[in-house]
Every structure is written in C-alpha cells, then in structure tokens.
Design a protein around this ligand. Structure first.
Ligand code: DGY
Length: 319
C-alpha cells in the first residue's frame, strides 16, 4: 500500500506529481476552508507538507501514523520541535534555496526605506512634484559605504552580507550564536556583541529564526541603543521584535525609518500604526515569493516528505 501524504495548502503541480509518483495524495489548497475533511485526512496521514500549519499536541493526537512533517519554508516556528522529536516524527524545512531571493528583498527594503521610495512615488503620483520642485526635507540617506549590522548570520544573513559588501561597499558587523568564519573571511564581516552592533550600525537587520530565546529580542532597550539615523529591517518573523517598542521608536524619532516584511500579527491589522507612517516601508511577508524560488522550495519540501514516508534520509532535516 502506498503511503498517504496530506498536502495542506497550495502546491505547484510539479511537486504534487513528484509526490503522487510514490504516494496517495490528499490535497487541500487551503486546509482552513475544510476543517472536517482535513481532520479526517490527518487520521490516515503518513506525511504532511505545507506552510505555517501549527503542529502541536492537539494536532499530533489526530495524526497517529505521522512519520514526517515537511515545512515548505525555512522558518519552522509553527512546529513544536521537542514534542515532534519525542514522538519519533521527522521534520524538514527548506534552507538554502531561498537565500538569494530573501537577500534581494532585504536590499529592496533597505533602499526603499533609506531613499524613501514609496513616499516619493506617492509624491509624484499625487501631483506633489510641481515647478516649485523638491524640498531638502524630502532627501533620503545613503546606503553605500554605511555600516550594516546583521543579527543572525546564517545562509540569508551571509547572502545579504555579500550584496552589501560587494554591491554597496558597506562595512558588515554581525552578531550570531556562533562565529561565521566564511562571512568573516569573504565579506570582511566583523563579529561583535549586540550592544556594539546596535550602537555602530546605520542599518540594523534582524535575521534570526523565531524561537523561545529570540521572541522579543529587539525591544525598547535595543531601539534606544540605535543611532537616530538608523534604518531597522525585519524580514525574519514579526515576534522577534517587540512591535509596540518599534512603533514608539519610530513615533518619537528615536530611529529614522523601518523596512518590514513581517509583523506580529499577519495579515497585519488595518489599524496598525506602522501602516500610517511615511517612514515605514511594508511588504506582506513575501521575502521568498518569486515563482522560481517558491517552485524550488516546493520541490525540496516534496522530496523531503517522500523521503520521510518511504524510509529514506531527509534532504534537509531540521534535527
Ligand atoms: C520562510 O521560508 O520561512 C518564509 O518566511 C516564508 O514563510
């Protein structure tokens, strides 16, 4: 009998076909729209594949045959890893294949926030650009030759460092759980403690995964240590930052601007004060969202789920 794989949100056809070649597939383009059927499918599931399903005790209790969970994302804060391990279930994510695309998104946020691209785009489109010209107070900040502080120097962090060092002649500071010698040797990245990074950086980019240790990592104290001209970038997870402290830091001009791909609550609430600040550039959590990269992530996740249900080694296991 073929193993059963439950696909719980939309997946590219190539990835679906790959799974179907060796498994029975139960496919939900959005599991939330059909909870009774999804819960029924869980009872037979050997493998689960998709993005952002909260996998906790209640869910695992409904899936007694589960062997593997393949996240179609590099982040895995949706998974209760200690519990999954305890139950002898395997788990995988999709590192590496999205590094370039996410690093590109971060560069876009840095440039857009520093050079005020969305604000000036609106200025032009709403007829603000007249013969009277353009005022000094609308000028932006340079990106080139500035100091970029990267908190979390993994695959995405070092891909960003490469762009910043070689594309923009930036100086790179970083803070990480462990030293990244490759980034130090290749991009002249300098390891430093958080305090020093926050005080010296013109751009502060947080790239850590969300874990119990990194929840609220950047808060009131950290914003108070940044330069008044600092541009803060978050493309990891919203909850790594204390959003109330970020709002206060921007409202009080404690920092200069922010570029955000992620929020504490997603989709972001319409009345979130961040949405009405001209010095905040926002994106809808689309760091890795190009067709090419999302297809690679889907294939990697598909390979992981098939490997897990057929007793082979996962390509990119989480543990
Ligand atoms: C990731 O891969 O973790 C992206 O943030 C999409 O969730």
């Amino acid at each position: 009998m073929k193993p059963t794989v439950v696909v719980y949100n939309r997946l590219y056809e190539e990835a679906l076909e790959y799974i179907r070649a060796s498994c029975e597939v139960v496919y939900f383009t959005n599991y939330k729209e059909n909870m009774p059927e999804f819960e029924k499918a869980l009872k037979e599931a050997d493998g689960l594949i998709g993005t952002r399903l909260k996998v906790d005790e209640a869910l695992l209790d409904q899936a007694p045959h589960l062997k593997v969970i393949a996240n179609k994302s590099v982040g895995y804060d949706n998974l209760d890893i200690p519990l999954i391990k305890k139950r002898g279930i395997l788990a995988a994510n999709t590192p590496g294949v999205l590094d370039d695309t996410v690093a590109d998104t971060i560069v876009a946020l840095m440039l857009a926030a520093a050079r005020r691209v969305p604000e000036l785009d609106q200025f032009v489109k709403t007829g603000g650009w007249t013969e009277k010209g353009f005022k000094d107070h609308q000028f932006g900040l340079d990106v080139h030759h500035k100091t970029l502080g990267i908190i979390g120097m993994g695959g995405i962090g070092s891909t960003l460092a490469k762009r910043a060092r070689f594309g923009f002649d930036m100086n790179i500071l970083y803070h990480n759980r462990s030293r990244n010698k490759q980034a130090e040797n290749t991009y002249d990245a300098v390891y430093c403690q958080m305090d020093e990074l926050l005080e010296r950086s013109d751009f502060v980019c947080v790239m850590t995964p969300l874990t119990p240790e990194t929840k609220g990592l950047i808060g009131k104290k950290e914003f108070s240590q940044m330069k008044e001209t600092a541009v803060f970038i978050n493309a990891s997870r919203g909850a790594v930052v204390d959003e109330t402290a970020l709002i206060e830091a921007l409202q009080s001009n404690r920092i200069w601007a922010a570029g955000l791909d992620v929020f504490e609550q997603e989709p972001v609430e319409r009345d979130n004060p961040l949405l009405s600040m001209p010095n905040v550039v926002t994106l809808p959590h689309i760091g890795s969202a190009t067709e090419e990269t999302r297809k690679k992530m889907a294939m990697l996740a598909a390979e992981n789920v098939v490997a897990g249900v057929t007793g082979r080694e996962l390509k990119t296991p989480i543990f």
